[in-house]
Design a protein around this ligand. Sequence first.
Ligand code: FES
Ligand code: FES
Length: 156
Amino acid sequence: MISIELKVNGEIYAVSIKPNETLLDVLRDKIGLTGTKKGCDTGQCGACTILLDGKPVPSCLLLAIDVKNREILTIEGVAENGSLHPLQEAFVNAGAVQCGYCTPGMILSAKALLDRNPHPGEKEIKEAISGNLCRCTGYVKIIQAISAAADRGSGK
Ligand code: FES
Ligand code: FES
């Protein structure tokens, strides 16, 4: 076992890990942040998406030991001051959450998009979530939710 520190949602967590443990497993099993979901565990579904230094990546493909000293954002860190993030609200309002398994990853991919491009078109939204699979919604409401959150951001 190796002792490392990880910076997750602005907090430092000291964890004892095996060198081959994925960030996904460490987040869920050692830190207790289970909002990040495990789907395929092979980089195909996007359920485990987190933001690493602001960029969406599948945490099942990252070794925890390789992301020391990096900024990790999970779904638990998206709400601000106890209020839902506009994307979270928009997903609820649009009915874009069904089973919810894809939702944390979808929201983080969408957040990365809106952080770099506050006014994306539909094509850009589709590209941004192209690595996130949803078995339930048919994607239409998810795309509507991301558009609505972008519109709301522009009205601030
Ligand atoms: S669980 Fe990581 S991409 Fe599917
Ligand atoms: S809401 Fe069920 S997988 Fe997307």
